[in-house]
Design a protein around this ligand. Structure first.
Ligand SMILES: Nc1nc2c(ncn2[C@@H]2O[C@H](COP(=O)(O)O[C@H]3[C@@H](O)[C@H](n4cnc5c(=O)[nH]c(N)nc54)O[C@@H]3COP(=O)(O)O)[C@@H](O)[C@H]2O)c(=O)[nH]1
Length: 765
């Protein structure tokens, strides 16, 4: 190469490099390639002094070996004409224009260069058409895929392209490829941005350095009334938009990321909108680290979860609410009780639990129907709300059970006042569906006690106190008292066992003989129930009959006793023993609860073939006192049936005499309290004498209860009493022992005038 040629080439290369540098600037700044590419072609075209420059883009989606041209930029030097069909190749393929042989080379990244006449047809013909003498084409790749080519046509001379020039042109092609790649990425990014704009998800990026300022925030923060640019201008302000209670958790999450303990975090928090209202956000944060694992930024997404939260809150509220009344339910009450308990243990003022149950609510349901019952429960809830302060809690536990947590009490007087207020409020009549409904409540109260075992124990005590309020007559409140706790528990357990005792055949009748004083004969047997309890042993009726009477178990138990007495009479008869009269005790509830007592008795007599006169029913004065006109009919029907009737514990009531006139009894049982000192006390002697005289006048016989001594027997004989019953003669005995006893006495073990032998086994009574 001569010096002048070398100088020329160096000059051309410098011009080219300078044009490429300018083109690079143009391309890298470009936000719109369609505007910068023509300028680039012009810079390079002028610098290379070519006739034309082409930039072709092929369709990446089409058959790539056809090279369908989807854009064609052309630059022509001044004075160079471009024939039709050569200036715009868009829509045609490289195969069609004759450049088919270039496709594989370009796709492999090779450039193509040469004199037009040296190319084979159809390339040669194509160049002829355009007046091209020499040409070079360099491939352009974008995102590692063949994108198209940049072509140079020298139309003036048969120019030879030096490898350096071709390298420079390839550099240009790489720049164009990079620009195309960047434009595509920007396009994707702006598409993504548009998606983000319309989504509830916000994107953010925080600096990795304290104070971890905001360096990017998607524009859709606008939905909360903020401007992303403004927030970015004061990078630490974002923290102030988040409610302060979440700041420690956020700081802890950032710390974990900085210390490399975690690479992602998840947190729910509330954000203040510009109008002051609050939204719930779920924030995910990810550590962005460089290749050396240094934290570069923290970025992530913020999702609006307000709707989900409010749905969650609604569900949580429903789970804690009694749906009928809108009050708190048991779970919510216990939760609050636990809090109150913990607070009082830490020294806060004490509190009290009122546990209520409506008296006879079942009657409302039974008479007016369940919808009316529900209306009543809602009305009760309203009244209870009206009785408490805002800091107290009213709950419905289900059915007709309610509870009130009276918070912040100073003394027991305030607790009593609240219970009285509740009682009075509920006692006022309710108007339910046009009916006036009266109800009352029984209330068990437990004030907080620092020695108490915990909320559960408090509720058990409240339950016991409520049980006592009911047991002692309802429509009242009772405080829990420790000394009654054990007894009540016992009673409740026995009450539960009682339900099963008949089915498990745990009851048994004992019989206590009744002796005629004049003849010394056993003229009757009082059937006395015993309970062979599986763990407590033999239980006397004084232990369980009162419980049976309050729980309603007395009805099946009483029926069982009548049936069993008849069954036993039948058994004795079948064994050839002729039993005397058998007396069975009847409770008030059997009269009140079962107006068909007479039918039960009649059925039992018939079932076992027992004559009615062989059975006596013992009714106490207290039973008769509770007997109304309605029940009197049942008594009369029993009488008509032919069973005998005795009045028990006579003399203990206030108007004993009047019962004798109203009801026709066969026998009067003089209460043991008069017999105890009948041998010594004038007062008792006078009463017994009066009763004997009255009975004689009314045609009734008399029997003394609880006779324990020979002196008592003597005195009773002297006073004209007909019969005696008591440990002196015999304690109550199991049925199996009675047949022998009867045979012994009938064999003349004692004469009509003689005293029966003293009983040696009185304890078993
Ligand atoms: N509804 C029903 N009530 C029943 C039934 N069985 C019994 N009862 C009631 O229980 C009461 C207590 O009965 P019990 O413990 O069996 O006591 C009886 C005798 O053992 C006792 N007694 C008899 N003699 C003496 C004596 O000399 N001294 C003394 N301290 N006690 C004695 O008295 C009870 C019988 O009394 P009464 O019935 O008044 O004649 C019992 O009173 C019934 O009310 C049942 O099936 N159903």
């Amino acid at each position: 190469m001569t010096n002048s040629l070398a100088t020329l080439e160096t000059h051309r290369r410098d011009l080219l490099l300078e044009a490429i540098a300018r083109s690079a600037k143009e391309l890298l700044r470009a936000s719109d390639l369609t505007r910068s590419i023509p300028k680039v072609l012009e810079h390079i075209g002028l610098a290379t002094s070519v006739g034309r420059m082409h930039m072709l883009e092929v369709d990446p989606a089409g058959p790539i070996d056809e090279g369908r041209i989807i854009s064609h930029n052309l630059w022509s030097a001044a004075g160079i004409s471009t024939p039709a069909g050569f200036n715009d190749a868009r829509g045609r393929t490289m195969v069609e224009v004759g450049l088919q042989s270039w496709i594989p080379k370009l796709m492999r990244g090779e450039s193509v260069a040469g004199l037009a006449r040296d190319f084979e047809d159809p390339v040669r013909r194509f160049f002829e058409l355009g007046g091209v003498k020499s040409a070079v084409a360099v491939p352009v790749f974008a995102e590692d895929q063949w994108w198209g080519l940049i072509g140079f046509d020298d139309c003036r001379s048969e120019r030879k392209w030096s490898p350096r020039e071709i390298d420079a042109l390839r550099t240009l092609a790489e720049l164009v490829g990079a620009a195309v790649t960047q434009t595509r990425r920007l396009q994707k990014f702006s598409d993504a941005n548009r998606i983000v704009e319309n989504s509830p998800t916000m994107l953010y990026r925080l600096s990795a350095q304290p104070p971890f300022g905001l360096i990017y925030l998607s524009q859709n923060v606008r939905r909360y009334g903020y401007d992303a640019e403004e927030l970015l201008a004061s990078p630490s302000r974002w923290m102030q938009l988040i409610e302060s209670e979440y700041h420690p958790a956020i700081a802890a999450d950032i710390k974990s990321i900085i210390e490399g303990r975690v690479d992602s975090t998840l947190l729910e928090f509330r954000l203040k909108k510009s109008d002051g209202s609050l939204v719930w956000l779920e924030g995910r944060g990810y550590a962005v680290r460089d290749e050396e694992h240094r934290l570069v930024a923290i970025e992530g997404v913020l999702n609006d979860i307000t709707e989900r939260k409010s749905a969650d809150e609604k569900i949580a509220a429903m789970v804690r609410t009694d749906l009928l009344t809108g009050l708190a339910n048991r779970a919510a009450f216990i939760e609050r009780l636990q809090l109150a308990f913990a607070r009082s243990q830490r020294g806060a003022n004490p509190f009290a639990v009122h546990y209520l149950d409506l008296d006879h609510f079942k009657d409302v349901n039974d008479t007016l129907g369940h919808p009316a019952g529900d209306t009543l429960l809602r009305a009760v809830a309203d009244r209870l709300r009206g009785c408490v302060r805002e800091t107290d809690l009213v709950a419905r536990f289900g059915g007709d059970e309610f509870a009130v947590l009276q918070d912040d009490i100073s003394d027991v007087v305030g607790v009593e006042a609240m219970a009285t207020k509740i009682g009075a409020s509920l006692a006022a009549p309710f108007l339910i569906d046009g009916n006036q409904v009266h109800t009352t409540a029984s209330i068990g109260i437990v004030p907080y006690d620092s020695d108490a075992d915990g909320p559960e124990a408090m509720m058990r005590k409240a339950d016991l106190a409520l049980y006592r309020a009911k047991d002692e007559g309802r429509n009242q409140f009772r405080f829990h008292m420790a000394e009654l706790d054990r007894q009540l528990r016992e009673r409740m357990m026995l009450a539960a066992d009682l339900h099963l005792a008949i089915e498990r055949q745990e009851f048994e009748l004992y019989y206590q003989p009744q002796v005629e004083l004049e003849s010394g004969r056993i003229v009757g047997l009082e059937a006395l129930i015993r309970w062979n309890h599986p763990t407590r042993g033999l239980l006397l009726p004084t232990v369980f009959i009162p419980i049976a009477e309050t729980t309603g178990s007395i009805l099946p138990i009483g029926k069982w006793a009548i049936e069993q007495a008849c069954r036993q009479i039948r058994l004795w008869r079948d064994q050839g023993v002729v039993p005397p009269l058998v007396a069975v005790n009847i409770s008030a509830a059997q009269f009140k609860g079962e107006s068909d007592l007479d039918r039960i008795v009649a059925n039992s007599l018939a079932r076992f073939g027992v004559a009615p006169c062989a059975l006596e029913l013992e009714l106490t004065e207290s039973v008769l006192m509770e007997t109304t006109q309605k029940h009197k009919g049942s008594l009369e029907r029993l009488r008509q049936l032919g069973v005998r009737l005795a009045i028990d514990d006579f003399g203990t009531g206030y108007s004993s005499m009047s019962y004798l006139r109203r009801f026709p009894f066969d026998r009067i049982k003089i209460d043991k309290s008069f017999i105890d000192d009948v041998a010594t006390q004038n007062e008792s002697i006078k009463i017994v004498r009066a009763i004997v005289t009255l009975a004689e006048g009314l045609g009734m016989s008399t029997i003394a209860e609880g006779v324990e001594s020979a002196d008592q027997v003597d005195k009773l004989r002297e006073l004209g009493c007909d019969q005696i019953q008591g440990f002196f003669f015999s304690n109550p005995r199991p049925a199996g022992e009675i047949a022998g006893l009867l045979a012994q006495k009938l064999e003349g073990g004692h004469s009509a005038a003689g005293y029966p032998p003293p009983n040696d086994d009185a304890a078993s009574g």
